[in-house]
Design a protein. Structure first.
Length: 120
């Protein structure tokens, strides 16, 4: 068990979520319960699952929550692509989000491999 706030991965995921909320404020109002909500929940799920996994006592449980977090990262990735293709976000905001998503994904995979090998 470890403190999630000490993990660089959690900090990066949290910053991604903050950016998603900032960017999605500009989405059309009719998307509030559609793409806006889904994107925000997916991004939030990344950090939430990292935090929840840190509260577990076994490496296997922690790895399971990191795996769920990775799935949420991929969902966030897809939803940003959809938002860009629907012209809800600018190319600049899309590039920033993609950079953050890719960083979180790589860090998550790295930590997941370490936890599975019990090197954490």
């Amino acid at each position: 068990m470890q403190k999630f706030k000490d993990l660089i991965l959690w900090k990066e995921a949290h910053q991604l979520t903050v950016k998603v909320y900032e960017v999605s404020k500009k989405f059309p109002k009719e998307e509030l319960f559609g793409v806006t909500s889904q994107l925000r929940r997916a991004a939030t799920s990344i950090s939430c699952n990292i935090a929840e996994g840190c509260g577990r006592y076994t490496s296997k449980d922690f790895a399971n929550f990191l795996q769920i977090s990775l799935g949420s990262t991929n969902e966030t990735d897809y939803l940003t692509i959809l938002a860009k293709d629907l012209n809800y976000i600018s190319e600049g905001d899309f590039d920033i989000l993609q950079e953050k998503i890719n960083k979180v994904r790589a860090m998550n995979i790295n930590l997941l491999e370490k936890v599975r090998n019990k090197n954490v």
